[in-house]
Structure formats: C-alpha cells, structure tokens
Design a protein around this ligand. Structure first.
Ligand code: MN
Length: 289
C-alpha cells in the first residue's frame, strides 16, 4: 500500500546557539515531533566573511541523540568525554548524549578565520526510557565512507546515512530503527521507496522540488511532508527540474516526552534532575589545553 502525503508545512526561521539562523521544520505549529524524531533544523546556507562564523559553544544534552549532517562548511566538535572531531562537507556525526554530555559545536578554526559557506542539518532523535542513560559517545563517518545507492533509471542518488535505501544499508548503527537519508532527484527521475509499515516517515526538501505519493503532491524547498501509513512511497521529479530532500523514518518510541531546552526525558521530574545534574557539574566540562 502506498503512503500518501498527510500534510505539508513550511519550516519557520529562528535563531539558535550564538545567534545563527535555522529553518526549523519541526517542532513547529501543529507538529511537535515525528516520533522518534524530535527536531529537524536546517542550518544556513549562510555565507560568512572572515571572523564572522558563529556556532553553539559549550552546552549540555541528556536523554536523546543529536545528529549533525554537514552539506557545506566545516564544524569543530569538542566534548566532555575528551573527544574532538572536525566534521567536514558530507560528513555525519551521530552523537548519543545518553546520560549526559557537554559539547561545543563551532565553525572550524579555518572557517572562523577565513569565512565561507555553512550549510547543514541538526537532527534530534529520541531514545527510549531504557536507553536515556546510555554511555555518551558518537559515531562519525566521512562523506566518502557513507554508503550511496542509485535508482534503476540512474536519475536518483541517495546517501544512506542511516537505515536502507534501494537495496543499500547504512554503516551507522542506531539504537532503535531509524532512517536518515539524503536523496537527490534529477529531472525525469522516478522510483518507489520501500519503508517499513511500522515506521513514521517525513520528507524535508532543501533544494528544488519533488513529487511525492500517488497524487504526485509537489513539495518544494523548505517544506516538510509528513507521510501517512503504508509500505512504500513514490518519489519523482516535479516539473522540469530536480530536487534534494532528507528522508526521516523510524519506529515510533511512543513514550511520554518531557523536553526542556537541551534535555529530553519522559517526565518533568527527570528534567529537573537533568538541570540539577548539569548545574552541579555532573555532565562534565570540556577540557581545553
Ligand atoms: Mn548540541
């Protein structure tokens, strides 16, 4: 059975971190989450001059995962477990905040000095109660190591960050079934994408436009399409151009969600405990030599 487009919303703009602009596909009016996904932010594209690039300095997380997928630019991650990671164009960092981590997400030193274009995504993936206190850490893959797939007509390419697409499986492992994929559709391209019927699914277009589902619903830049139930979805180019989108899909965790800033737990009491633990230094600090 084909999935249909249940609704389309346009990402709203707001500032994050030290004041950079994001397009937030959700949470937004009418969509709190696409369980197990808690948030989808598109950062930029923004062109920085020398000395202008900004990011999100030291801050904590607990109870979920943060995924950074970089399209253009370079980010420096540092965290309270002592790790440092440069994340470049096309790279992905899948971080499990788990029991608690403090990290810093800044443009790389070279980018801060010279400027350049920053464009990427920050995606928050929830963890079930049983995993909320998992040991903090991350998986990192360079662009070249992320599996890619191509449609039969050769006109659609997909970067399989998580899950599987067109017969290709991701290299990253997830704690619950979660798919995250970057699809590029060229003019005339068309395919069917099998998605587990037990998954929630949504599509966020960040370049051009595409046509989705049996009605060939057009979805254009900065729009999120939430998909209905079914086992597959038709994806095609729209009009005479191409498009690029993220596919988010996953098995819903279906637990109560209590969120406060950088913490996502099941209850308000757990949120209060997270705030206390962070304020008393229980999530550590970033040691800089
Ligand atoms: Mn963060």
């Amino acid at each position: 059975m084909s999935r249909e487009v249940l609704g389309v919303v346009t990402a709203h703009q707001q500032r994050e971190g030290a004041g950079f602009l994001v397009r937030r596909a959700f949470p937004t009016h009418g969509i709190d989450l696409v369980d197990p996904f808690l948030m989808l932010d598109e950062v930029g594209p923004v062109d920085y001059g020398p000395g202008e690039a900004i990011g999100a300095p030291d801050h904590p997380h607990r109870g979920f995962e943060t995924v950074s997928y970089i399209v253009q630019g370079e980010k420096l991650h540092e965290d309270s477990t002592g790790k440092t990671q440069l994340i470049g164009p096309g790279d992905v960092q899948w971080m499990t905040a788990g029991s608690g981590i403090v990290h810093s997400e800044l443009p790389s030193p070279a980018m801060r000095k010279n400027g350049g274009r920053a464009h990427g995504f920050q995606i928050w993936v929830n963890l079930p109660a049983s995993e909320k206190f998992a040991e903090p850490g991350y998986q990192y893959l360079q662009a070249a190591d992320i599996p890619k797939a191509v449609s039969e007509d050769g006109l659609i390419e997909v970067t399989v960050v998580a899950g599987e697409a067109l017969g290709v499986s991701a290299a990253i492992g997830t704690r619950t079934p979660v798919w995250l994929q970057d699809w590029r559709v060229r003019a005339g391209g068309e395919t069917r994408v099998a998605i587990d019927p037990g998954f929630n699914a949504a599509v966020y277009v960040f370049d051009g436009s595409i046509a989705l589902g049996p009605e060939r619903t057009p979805v254009t830049r900065s729009q999120l399409a939430v998909l209905g139930p079914g086992s597959e979805i038709g994806v095609a180019s729209s009009g005479d151009g191409g498009g690029r989108f993220l596919l988010l899909a996953g098995r819903p965790i279906a637990e109560p969600v209590a969120r406060y800033g950088p913490f996502v737990m099941n209850t308000e009491a757990e949120i209060m405990a997270a705030v206390r633990d962070y304020q008393s230094g229980g999530m550590g600090t970033i040691e800089r030599r």
